[in-house]
Design a protein around this ligand. Structure first.
Ligand code: NAD
Length: 312
């Protein structure tokens, strides 16, 4: 791998993938429309070529892919709630945008595409741990479009000389993950607490999640790309699960003192989540390296820095 394109490279996970590639000495181009990402996420990085553009725009994608051997496709309309608010845009970006990327890859003879999929494609979780052959019954437009895009990547691998790996991320967290209306639980808790707000825990707090650090997700992307012959779908989590009550204990250990209130269980929320990551380990040596206590400590420090920066 000499030159890579990272779509969505100005986003939370994309900017972490960019850093992992630069560490390897790969030269990196980013295509991002800055709809949810920001160029601040690429601050201080040298050797990154930034192109502002939409993955739905064929000419922007063709231009971005010229001269690259590997594509990391992360640009997406992200999350269940956003897809319920705007299902058409979700489908446009996640499915049609992925087709634009695949078509440009085919025309430019790109060797490998690593697609960012999501555990949201499983729908209601029926078995634990969740292996790749778990039933796929997505329950939101986001889950449906991420699954359709995954299938499209695999179809291109069957049809053409292009190798696709689809990585199904579980709950990703880490620096540069900002909190907005669509936020995941760690940014939501940390930023709410730093702003002096109150936390509500849905149900008894004993529901479990598999939180995986963005640096481990980036590691998976790089290793999947370097394993040139590998194609297919792989779960990417930490392979461990913690309860929301455990997470609260870790936040307290990082100096965030609070007493959460308890609310009703949210309809549609899964009770337990845990990725079976053995396929990724066997196929390309994926091995999570950031444990939750360390990762959350680092995240709290980053979030405090963000708040100070905004106040300054
Ligand atoms: P993010 O919003 O930070 O990153 C998405 C990036 O894509 C942003 O920089 C955004 O500006 C860009 N983008 C959006 N639409 C675009 C378009 N039409 N053209 C070009 N760029 C566009 O979100 P993230 O959490 O970093 O997500 C990255 C990928 O990982 C997504 O594909 C998402 O579906 C997947 N994923 C994330 C999680 C998670 O827990 N965060 C879990 C599973 C899967």
């Amino acid at each position: 791998m000499k030159k890579a394109l990272v779509t969505g490279g100005a986003g939370f996970i994309g900017s972490t993938v960019v850093r992992a590639l630069l560490d390897l000495g790969v030269s990196v181009r980013v295509l991002d429309d800055l709809s949810t990402g920001t160029v601040d996420n690429l601050d201080g990085l040298r050797r990154v070529e930034f192109l502002q553009g939409d993955v739905c725009d064929a000419s922007a994608v063709i231009h971005a892919i010229a001269g690259v051997d590997t594509v990391f496709h992360l640009a997406a309309s992200v999350g269940n709630k956003r897809s319920l608010d705007n299902p058409s845009r979700d489908a446009q970006v996640n499915l049609l945008g992925t087709i634009q990327v695949l078509e440009a890859c085919r025309a430019a003879r790109v060797e490998k595409i690593v697609y960012s999929s999501s555990a949201g494609i499983f729908g209601e979780l029926k078995t634990l741990p969740i292996a790749e052959d778990h039933p796929l019954v997505p329950e939101t437009p986001y889950g449906v479009t991420k699954l359709a895009a995954e299938k499209m990547c695999l179809a291109y691998t069957q049809l053409y000389d292009i190798r696709a790996v689809c990585l199904r991320y579980f709950n990703v967290y880490g620096p540069r993950q900002r909190f907005d209306a669509y936020g995941n639980v760690i940014p939501k808790f940390v930023f709410t607490l730093l702003k002096g707000g109150d936390i509500e825990v849905y149900g008894d707090g004993q529901q479990t999640r598999d939180f995986v650090h963005a640096r481990d997700v980036a590691q998976a992307n790089v290793k999947a790309a370097l394993a040139t012959e590998v194609t297919g779908v792989f779960n990417i989590g930490s392979g461990t699960r913690v309860t929301i009550n455990d997470l609260i204990r870790i936040l307290r250990a990082n100096g965030l003192e609070f007493s959460p209130t308890t609310g009703p269980t949210r309809s549609g929320d899964v009770r337990d989540s845990l990725a079976d990551i053995s396929s990724a380990r066997m196929a390309f040596g994926y091995k999570p390296s950031v444990d939750l206590a360390r990762g959350v400590g680092e995240y709290v420090a980053w979030a405090k820095g963000e708040m100070d920066h905004k106040l300054a």
